[in-house]
Design a protein around this ligand. Structure first.
Ligand code: 5CA
Length: 448
């Protein structure tokens, strides 16, 4: 992509309303624009990150055996009356009337709708287990939308729903999502910490939040240092096998906890030099709730003995749009974002320091073509801005690697490669520079 043809409305000043760094940087880097309180338009740069995160979430759901569907954003209130949640959900639910005066709502989550779909589509235990998911916008009329996309009113969520015959089988489905989440967040360049959690309005008896440690997190969490170092399951993990040993590793007596739960027990059990107390951002939340929805909504299958049984269910959410902010919180410096390769809006920034100059244009154009042909996502700064402004913008938008072509190098056949994260710079012959970049980017794409 040539910057002269792109839409990148960067701001030089930090907008006053933004209180945390991810919100500030997302506005400054022209990633999002607020449309109204807690509701954002995704501009091209931000949208590219959102799509990359969404795709990684999707790949890991598929790997764990979940099947993608797409349910609507608008739902009928009647469905929520069947589960009893229409009145319970309160003011967070955006209620709408259609032209026939029917009660509709903008879905804050989809337990009811998926239960109806499954109920009408499946009859026998032989159709179990199944896990259906979608990646769709949600609306929650939060009292205090804040921190940009981190706590929005409209936000993109991946929500998966598992259906099983028995609680034991359902536990296996829960475990599959648990392991899948560890992998998903690791692939985004994040270290996630699972933490036993309350179930709130979703309900149920078993639940974990997945927390990213970051200074601006909304909750105080405590965990054992070992948890931060535990190896994440590799891509060869067998989702049909026994995942209990992996789950045990992550939910032992050293399991993470927070103030609401057993912070005191944690303080007594875990050696002082192994305790980590930090702020955390919740990027995922999984629930097992048995027959809470299937029973009232009549989602039953015929068991092996011919009797009808309500199916066992769980639901599994990932805050896809929140993750864009969470990655920035976890990875940035004074100059701007520092994207991990797998989620970077572009993998390489190509800077032509003297656009309009015959030599730098020729060399930059050739590099642009070679990188594109190698399948690298390149943003080519071919504008006539001065060098200082170009470097500032590149650092602000935080592409993992930069390749800089100046008039002198263009003549002598050298380019400069910069690694955004370390700031390390290296001058190399042009072709060697290109080869090195391709190698670095390809190595950086797979983090787990
Ligand atoms: N039905 C269940 C699981 S599918 C559910 O709705 N869970 S949830 O309420 O915990 O939401 C799932 C994830 O969505 C959260 O972990 C969080 O990462 C994200 N999320 C929730 N509320 C917001 C919000 N207001 N803004 C941005 N992301 C949010």
């Amino acid at each position: 992509m040539r910057l002269t043809r792109f839409f990148l409305p960067v701001l030089r000043e930090t907008p006053e309303e933004a209180r945390i760094v991810s919100h500030q940087l997302m506005l400054r880097a022209g990633m999002v624009k607020q449309a109204s309180a807690g509701i954002y338009s995704w501009l091209p740069l931000g949208y590219r990150v959102l799509k990359k995160i969404e795709q990684i979430v999707r790949e890991e759901q598929n790997r764990a055996g979940a099947i993608e569907v797409l349910m609507p954003t608008i739902q009928s209130a009647d469905l929520w009356r069947q589960s009893g949640r229409y009145d319970d959900y309160g003011k967070e639910m955006l209620r709408i009337k259609d032209r026939h005066d029917r009660d509709m709502l903008y879905g804050p989550t989809n337990e009811e709708l998926i239960t109806e779909i499954f109920r009408d589509g499946v009859k026998s235990y032989k159709d179990l287990p199944r896990n259906l998911y979608h990646i769709q916008w949600k609306f929650r009329d939060e009292v205090r939308p804040r921190f940009g996309v981190m706590r929005g009113r409209e936000f993109l969520m991946k929500d998966a729903y598992s259906f099983d015959l028995t609680p034991e089988e359902s536990r296996k489905s829960y475990n599959r999502m648990f392991v899948s989440y560890l992998r998903t967040f690791a692939r985004l360049g994040l270290r996630s910490i699972p933490m036993a959690a309350d179930t709130g309005p979703i309900g149920g008896d078993l639940s974990h939040e997945f927390i990213i440690l970051a200074e601006t997190g909304e909750s105080q969490v405590y965990c054992h240092t070992d948890l931060i170092e535990t190896a994440v399951p590799g891509r060869d993990v067998d989702f049909d096998g026994d995942l209990e040993p992996i789950i045990k590793q992550w939910t032992s007596k050293y399991a993470a906890t927070d103030e609401k739960h057993d912070a005191a027990r944690f303080a007594a059990d875990v050696p002082a030099d192994k305790q980590v107390s930090a702020r955390g951002i919740e990027v995922g939340h999984i629930f097992h709730f048995g027959t809470k929805y299937s029973e009232p909504m009549g989602c039953k299958v015929q068991g092996p003995d011919g009797k009808l049984v309500a199916v066992q269910m769980g639901s599994y959410g990932v805050g896809v749009s929140r993750l864009v902010g969470a990655v920035i919180e976890a990875s940035h410096d004074e100059a701007g974002c520092v994207w991990p390769v797998p989620v970077a809006p572009f993998e390489v920034g190509l800077v032509n320091l003297k656009a309009g100059d015959k030599d730098t244009d020729a060399v930059s154009g050739a590099i642009y073509e070679k990188l594109n042909n190698a399948g690298i996502d390149v943003l080519y700064d071919d504008t006539d801005e001065r060098a200082g402004a170009k470097f500032a913008t590149m650092d602000l938008i935080g592409l993992p690697y930069q390749i800089v072509v100046g008039p002198r190098g263009a003549k002598s056949g050298e380019v400069e490669i910069k690694t955004r994260k370390s700031g390390a710079k290296e001058s190399l012959p042009t072709d060697a520079g290109i080869a090195k970049l391709i190698d670095l980017v390809k190595k950086g794409r797979d983090l787990a």
